[in-house]
Design a binder for this molecule. Structure first.
Ligand code: ZN
Length: 389
């Protein structure tokens, strides 16, 4: 939705850069671990064919494999003693969602009793600011994608009225048959569908595209940290009784679903990620941050049950999912989902005014929740770059 026409020539620089073995392994274990439609992708001994355009099913893009990779000597220098492993690193920090007056529209908002509402977009900005300060102090160059609880995109829901009507009419026709004489276009029900679609195109699609544009064309960071909080399922419809579930996970790009792979632009983006070897950095980086967060928060790792995700990396907390953000953002993205803000334990900590240092929380000396989150991420980055740079 709202995507651009795919330019398959953008894959040309990757011709003969990857062996068949590397290509197939990444495809089968990270990007399409549950199989794929062979009408769309065909792998031969020396090359692969990928369908370019669903309107011209026979037009295939051909990517040639590297025949042989010369063994490369791994750099052996040990930089563990380096006191500032993050020095000079350009880090884009994406405070997930918008928050502020948009939190209800983007469905990242809840309120228990007369307590202050919890807005994911406000909390992610708090963590992002703390990360920014700490990264700067370690010589890195952090750049926040937003400084306020306001959208990055200049568009607003009303701008997508015509797209929203077209999409909803199409959906209705597909569901009810194209021959139907009685259409609901004038009903309140349909107007509501259009309203929700306009909002979704604004806060989910246009907003993420605007952030991708900043990352890909302005900041061009070494890595992006996408900061999010989770919410565990409420036990009752009034959303007043806190569930106990509280956990951590970190997402990397992968596990494209069949319906996603069937879209021309998404298919191209998959191969851009794969051929650029994005996973070779994104997964170990996410793994280091996940390990650090598990330790710092003391929380268990979240586990997916369905085929929309697959387990990656070494720690139990890293999963591959195809999200708009980790697909559109160029370069490695560490997509963080720590704490369920509505869980009993996290909610209680979030109700306390933010503080410096540590305090007694249920018998344990702990930082404020947002500081602990930022610190957990930071320590993971230090662990990774101490060994890699
Ligand atoms: Zn989120």
């Amino acid at each position: 939705m709202l995507g651009e026409d795919p330019d398959w020539h953008s894959l040309d620089p990757y011709q003969r850069t990857m062996t068949r073995e590397e290509f197939v392994e990444a495809l089968e274990t990270i990007y399409l671990p549950y199989g794929f439609d062979e009408e769309l992708i065909q792998v031969f001994p020396g090359y692969a064919l990928i369908r370019k355009n669903n309107h011209q099913p026979d037009e295939m893009y051909r990517i040639d494999f590297l025949a042989w990779r010369d063994p490369v000597d791994e750099p052996t220098h040990d930089r563990r003693s380096d006191s500032s492993p993050l020095k000079g690193l350009v880090v884009a920090i994406d405070p997930g969602h918008i928050g502020g007056e948009f939190s209800e529209m983007e469905r990242r908002h809840f309120q228990v009793g007369l307590d202050a509402p919890v807005k994911e977009g406000d909390l992610t900005l708090v963590v992002a600011r703390k990360l920014e300060t700490r990264l700067k102090s370690l010589g890195a160059k952090p750049v926040l994608l937003r400084q306020k609880n306001e959208p990055v995109t200049d568009s607003r829901p009303e701008d997508f009225y015509h797209e929203a009507v077209a999409i909803e009419q199409q959906f209705w026709m597909e569901k009810n048959g194209f021959s139907s004489q009685v259409t609901p276009w004038g009903t309140e029900w349909f107007k509501q569908r259009v309203q929700e679609r306009m909002e979704m195109l604004f806060y989910r699609v246009s907003e993420i595209q605007a952030r991708a544009d900043l990352i890909n064309n302005k900041i061009r960071p070494d890595l992006t940290l996408a900061v999010h909080f989770n919410v565990s399922p409420w036990k009752e419809s009034t959303r007043q009784v806190h569930p106990e579930e509280n956990h951590v996970h970190v997402l990397v790009n992968g596990t494209y679903m069949a319906a996603e792979l069937a879209l021309d632009d998404v298919r191209l983006q998959l191969f851009k990620k794969l051929l650029s070897r994005n996973h070779e950095q994104e997964i170990p980086l996410s793994d280091a941050v996940a390990a650090s967060l598990l330790k710092k928060t003391g929380l268990p790792a979240f586990s997916y049950g369905g085929k929309n995700a697959s387990k990656q990396g070494e720690t139990p907390a890293v999963w591959a999912r195809n999200l708009l953000a980790n697909r559109l953002y160029d370069g490695p993205v560490v997509f963080l989902e720590a704490y369920c803000t509505n869980s009993e334990a996290a909610y209680e900590r979030l109700q306390v005014d933010d503080y410096q240092g540590v305090r007694d929380i249920g018998g344990e000396m702990r930082m404020s929740l947002t500081s602990e989150y930022a610190e957990g991420i930071l320590e993971g980055l230090i662990d990774y770059y101490r060994q890699e740079r």
